[in-house]
Ligand binder design. Structure first.
Ligand code: DHB
Ligand code: FE
Length: 291
């Protein structure tokens, strides 16, 4: 059976792609941010996942405001990206795991989630930047990706958005579905975006360090407590793009066992964003009892 080894949360600010292309990881501006990934790489070398389920929000590359699903699951054999206009290199294609995708789609629809299933789906910076951070390419980039992905899109862009509770439930349903998959796969779940940021309007540049800390503290052991906030509370407390935390709620929901925070890096700002990087371990309850 498939196992969920843990979760990773990370920002997806596009300018990170430029810093990687220009090899600025050790520049004073970037170093405190990139250092946060040393632990991610250390942990992954031990956790050895085969597949990453990536919760993210599309920013207008694959879906636009005219047709924007609340939840969409990729079911492709490969995912390509395209130039979004940020002036960063276009990511190389990332292999998918279509068989696992279809298993998830079947299980989620049976679990009353009305999804959009995408047999073709362009992935934007909210997938490609986290992938480049989590699995950096060798230089020159000849190494193939060490994981296949199942991208799951959540609408954080056009209101009405799904609630925090709904995204937590989606994650829980994904967690159950992964664990009912008969193949012996090791799966890591990734939530991208956040934390507090606002890119537009009179509050552009808004960051809320205290609220971000509360979120990082609560999501590990008590994610349900965060469902007391409405989406409008969240916009007020975390900024209009801080709602990308919905992707983190889904990631946390998919961790089905005993969850512990192995590492946390929080750095302000990267571009306009409070950048958080976390690694959560997911320990099977039965394994714990047996230990
Ligand atoms: C930035 C943050 C985002 O989440 C995004 O999607 C684009 C840009 C930023 O801070 O620059
Ligand atoms: Fe974003």
């Amino acid at each position: 059976m498939a196992t969920i080894v843990g979760g990773i949360g990370t920002t997806h600010v596009p300018s990170i792609g430029k810093a990687i292309a220009e090899m600025k990881q050790n520049d004073p501006y970037w170093k405190p941010f990139f250092k946060g990934f040393d632990y991610v790489h250390y942990w992954l070398a031990r956790a050895k996942p085969d597949v990453a389920v990536v919760f993210y929000n599309d920013h207008g590359l694959n879906f636009f405001l005219d047709k924007l699903p609340t939840f969409a699951v990729g079911a492709a054999g490969e995912y390509r990206s395209e130039d979004e206009g940020w002036g960063i290199p276009v990511s190389r294609p990332i292999p998918g795991d279509a068989a696992l995708s279809w298993h998830l789609v079947n299980a989620l629809v049976a679990d009353e989630f009305d999804l959009t299933t995408c047999q073709e789906m362009l992935i934007d910076h909210a997938v490609t930047i986290p992938m480049a951070l989590i699995w950096p390419a060798s230089n020159p980039p000849v190494k193939s990706w060490p994981v296949r992905i199942v991208p799951i899109e959540i609408n954080t862009v056009q209101h009405p958005l799904p609630s925090l509770a709904r995204c937590l439930k989606l994650g829980r349903a994904v967690g159950r579905a992964v664990e009912s998959y008969p193949q012996d796969l090791r799966v890591v779940v990734v939530g991208t975006g956040g934390l507090s940021h606002q890119l537009d309007g009179t509050r552009a540049g808004f960051i809320n360090k205290e609220f971000d800390k509360l979120c990082l503290d609560e999501i590990v052991g008590n994610p349900d407590s965060l469902t007391r906030y409405s989406i409008h509370d969240w916009v007020q407390l975390s900024g209009s793009q801080g709602v990308e935390f919905l992707n983190w709620m889904a990631m946390r929901g998919a961790l089905t066992g005993r969850v512990s925070e192995l590492n946390r890096n929080y750095h302000i700002p990267i571009s306009n964003t409070a950048a958080a990087t976390v690694v959560y371990e997911n320990q099977k309850e039965t394994a714990r009892k047996a230990a």
